[in-house]
Design a protein around this ligand. Structure first.
Ligand SMILES: Cc1cc2nc3c(=O)[nH]c(=O)nc-3n(C[C@H](O)[C@H](O)[C@H](O)COP(=O)(O)OP(=O)(O)OC[C@H]3O[C@@H](n4cnc5c(N)ncnc54)[C@H](O)[C@@H]3O)c2cc1C
Length: 710
């Protein structure tokens, strides 16, 4: 069919713009990649490769082109990066791209996700205008996230800039009724959706059919022109450091795992470890990453206005400590008494620890008592079928701590249809005000309708902090909302603290700490150039506070004008786990893709469950990884993890599970984790307490025997 042919007035054949990114190769980290003094990973010491998920996006776009039967659709790869990023464009050409565009300019460097999404969106506009001749039938396809940032924020932020629907975490596509239907991962299951009105942005979570380059294609790729655009060519509005809305204030090595990570050489020792761990129980959950330092107190509430013990970085903290000691020696108790002579004395004593200007700034910092941001601390609630997502309750608990420190209220933004019955539980969990946006068009989660509703409420009330759960839904909604209201956003935080930056005039700001570079470094980030500080937080890390049904709160109705045009997706099918699964059991035995078959899963998991139940005299439940569920080894209700159930048993036994972050998030609160895996380098071995290297087929029956004999 020719590209110009239409069906019901719309062109049927699409073009594809693939976003690719050059990233450090975190799969090949050697010891010399770390700075010996700070222990921090030095990015430049790693080789650069194409982001693995972007190679899958390329193959996925090629697959979309194939199933649509369109031989004429163009595939254009786009990247923003240094001149050497040309390499990954040649890679793209050698696989399936017809044309490639390199957006390269020093002015674009140092960008956060806003200042990345914005120029990329402007480049997409230019591609559509100049290369696709204003043909608006296209899809932007990209990996769900890049391995260096792990934020997954750029595609939804681009969607917001371009006014397009965004379909995230896609795993499959079908071409039916002259349109694409996408299967995507959602909390609790999967969903088939179509964009009501393409163009659309698609992010690929998994597509395991790689493309290979032929000799002829590689040669052609090396000879083909790379189109180069600089910042001035695209006229973006937010670029580089100045266009960014967050800044990294500290990078540090991740803390040592609280897990034992002990390899056992035989099943007898494993049986012993299983029984002893269950019986003794360490009583603690493994993660506890959000271990808040001492609880923040506003400067005006401290014993002295010269007390600056809540500075955000170690250096600032030490500088203020030094200054406080000197002032004490000089018997100064008020900043108004610090005259030029005193300053001179301090500078001399400091032996160039700080210069005059820095000292002046620190002294000015003493005058500040009011928080830099004003307003409530908000949580955007996630819910389905009238049930609030557990991660929302965890965030309300965290928001309560933050709001108490800042002496403000906790608000929850609850958008949906007939949602008021949920308000009671949210108030009991720690909320003061529930902002209810009730509309039939919000009945099921649609990213554009929901982002319009939530953004409208934020613009009306301007909370100082907005927290979202880092679930697939939250990681899609938060970037759209934050971009829409012009605020910075930090993804997937594992630590949230209130601190000061008195020297730079910042009081009571939110410090957002998160893993980056595949968990090899931690970064603490703050929001800038924004009216509100926003973050998504990893489920299972923040602590829910015990519900208090006697708490009182207010329900505030907020009306937002919505129409059918605000709904971007047609939901064709939703598959959610159902069934009677008791994840409150003390022991959970889970099987992963390594179980190889449903028969194996049923045989081996049941065998071990029966042996453990007899030995430990407790109820045991069966769990599974998402991959095992997708393979049909067991039902969806048994899935453990980010999009399954988060569990916290005394004992978790993982059979043939690799240890992907989305799985491990769900078991973070387990007391003891035991793993059996045939791969000696399985990532789960660095995140468990005891493990044995071996196949499940051999090890599980031997372990059962050892349990019976012990
Ligand atoms: C948005 C999103 C949400 C997600 N949510 C979840 C979630 O909630 N839960 C979840 O689990 N995943 C989730 N995933 C998927 C996750 O990224 C991984 O793909 C998944 O956890 C892998 O499952 P697995 O470990 O069983 O399979 P694999 O990663 O394929 O690992 C199989 C393991 O089995 C081992 N093995 C193979 N054969 C044997 C044998 N004979 N004996 C012993 N070991 C063997 C291998 O060495 C390997 O380590 C999500 C992904 C995305 C993108």
């Amino acid at each position: 069919m020719l590209k110009s042919q239409t069906f019901f007035g719309r062109c049927l054949m699409s073009d594809y713009i693939i976003l690719v990114k050059q990233v450090p190769d975190v799969s090949q980290i050697t010891d010399n990649a770390f700075d010996p003094e700070t222990g921090t990973l030095v990015r430049t010491r790693l080789a650069s490769v194409i982001n693995e998920l972007d190679t899958q996006a390329l193959a996925f776009a090629n697959y979309m082109k194939k199933i649509s039967g369109d031989g004429d659709g163009k595939i254009i790869a786009l990247t923003m990066g240094p001149p050497m990023a040309e390499e990954i464009l040649r890679y793209s050409l050698s696989r399936c791209a017809d044309k490639v565009v390199l957006l390269t300019d020093r002015a674009l460097g140092g960008a956060d996700t806003v200042a990345t999404a914005n120029p990329l969106a402007f480049a997409v506009r230019k591609i559509v205008k100049e290369i696709l001749n204003n043909d608006n039938d296209y899809y932007v396809v990209t990996g769900m996230q890049s391995v260096d940032g792990d934020t997954a924020q750029v595609p939804p932020q681009m969607a917001e800039e371009l006014g397009l629907p965004c379909i995230t975490y896609v795993t499959d596509a079908e071409f039916k009724n002259n349109r694409f239907e996408f299967t995507r991962i959602i909390s609790g299951g999967s969903q088939v959706v179509a964009a009501r009105n393409p163009p659309a942005i698609i992010t690929v979570a998994k597509y395991e059919y790689p493309l290979f380059a032929t000799f002829a294609k590689t040669r052609w790729a090396n000879e083909t022109e790379v189109i180069r655009w600089a910042s001035a060519d695209i006229k973006a509005t937010h670029i580089g450091v100045s266009g960014s809305k967050t800044s990294v204030i500290r990078v540090f090595p991740p803390g040592k795992s609280t897990r034992k990570c002990r390899q056992l050489s035989d099943v007898k020792s494993l049986a012993k470890a299983l029984v002893e761990s269950f019986k003794s129980g360490n009583g603690e959950s493994g993660q506890g990453a959000d271990d808040q330092r001492s609880r923040y107190v506003l400067p005006g509430r401290r014993a002295s206005l010269l007390d600056r013990s809540f500075e955000g970085t170690k250096k600032e903290q030490e500088d203020y400590e030094f200054l406080a000691d000197k002032l004490k020696e000089l018997s100064i108790t008020e900043s108004s008494r610090i005259n030029d002579a005193i300053k001179e004395k301090i500078l001399t004593a400091s032996r160039e620890r700080f210069h005059k200007k820095a000292l002046e700034d620190m002294i000015n910092g003493f005058k500040l008592t009011e928080p830099t941001f004003k307003g409530e601390v908000w949580v955007v609630a996630e819910h389905s079928d009238g049930v609030v997502h557990p991660a929302t309750f965890e965030l309300v608990g965290k928001a309560r701590n933050l709001a108490d420190s800042l002496e403000t209220k906790v608000g929850v933004c609850l958008a949906g249809y007939q949602v008021e019955p949920m308000t009671k539980e949210l108030i009991a969990a720690g909320a003061d005000n529930i902002y209810v946006i009730d509309d039939k068009l919000l009945d099921v989660f649609d990213p554009t309708a929901h982002r319009k509703a939530v953004a409208d409420a934020i613009r009306t009330y301007w909370p100082q902090i907005v927290l979202y759960a880092a679930t697939p839904q939250g990681r899609m909604l938060a970037p759209m909302v934050s971009y829409r209201v012009g605020c910075g956003l930090t993804a997937d935080c594992t630590g949230l603290d209130i601190r000061d930056g008195s020297r730079t005039g910042l009081i009571g700001i939110l410090l957002q700490t998160r893993p980056a570079l595949g968990g090899n470094v931690m970064a603490t980030i703050r929001t800038k150039n924004s009216k509100s500080q926003m973050a998504t937080a990893r489920p299972g890390v923040m602590k829910r506070i015990p519900p208090d049904p006697s708490r009182k709160g207010k329900v505030i109705k907020h009306k937002v004008e919505l129409s059918e045009d605000d709904v971007s997706l047609e939901i064709i099918k939703t598959e959610l786990g159902t069934g009677d699964v008791n994840f409150n059991a003390e022991v959970i035995v889970s099987g992963g893709k390594g179980m190889q078959s449903r028969d194996n899963y049923e045989l081996l998991v049941d065998l071990l469950c029966a042996a453990l139940s007899k030995k430990l005299d407790t109820r045991i439940e069966r769990g599974a990884s998402r991959a095992a569920v997708e393979q049909g080894f067991t039902e969806r209700a048994h899935q453990v993890g980010q999009t399954g159930t988060s569990i916290g048993p005394k004992l978790y036994v993982a059979l043939g599970i690799s240890g992907a972050i989305q799985h491990m998030i769900g078991v973070a609160n387990t007391e003891t984790i035991i793993a059996i895996n045939s791969d000696p380098n399985a990532p789960i071995f660095k995140q468990c307490d005891y493990y044995i290297v071996g196949t499940v087929e051999d090890t599980v029956p031997q372990l059962v025997e050892a349990l019976e004999e012990s």
